[in-house]
Design a protein around this ligand. Sequence first.
Ligand code: CA
Length: 225
Amino acid sequence: MRVLLVEDEVRLAENVRRGLNAEGFVVDVVHNGDDGLFNAEVNDYDVVVLDIMLPGLNGYEVCRRMRAARVWTPVLMLTAKDGEYDQADALDLGADDYLTKPFSFIVLVARLRALIRRGGPIRPAVLEAGDLTLDPASRTVRRAGDELSLTPREFGVLQFLMRHRGDVVSKTDILESVWDANYEGDDNVVEVYVGYLRRKIDQPYGRHAIETVRGAGYRLEVGGG
Ligand code: CA
């Protein structure tokens, strides 16, 4: 697993690099936004850890330009509590997750692993199944042109189903992708969320996009139901 760490605080960057190495990650460290953008565009990383306040291009600008250049490597942003920007900005600008400084190293590693599991390095800007669309960058879902309001968990389940549209996915697949790796509850929670989703994306439109495949899991119809 190859990580690009863009962080101008040299001591912090070095500590994170050492810790990630010990966890089996290969880490490239750069200390300004311009080098971050350059590396993200020319190399293949599984994930980019991007500080916001950086010399040269700031983290938001790096993320925005990466996405504009169609580089879909998952990005985890490091935000400061008293920063000029907040987490919502990070997600709006195409980051996949964020951590507020100071952060726990254990949490950082868990989040990076989750991001790597969740997203391949290449993904379309917008996922489509008929007139159902999901935009991971802006975190919006539309059905027949209407913008739907989904909770983060509903969004995660739908995103997973849409990434695997046409394929049968098990409850365990969904649970492992959308819930924390340490989640110890029962996988019936997936059924509950599929029910919530059906009430938002299917029932009001008379559709049946999410099919239950008995004994196996669920399949999202390629045509959107
Ligand atoms: Ca900084």
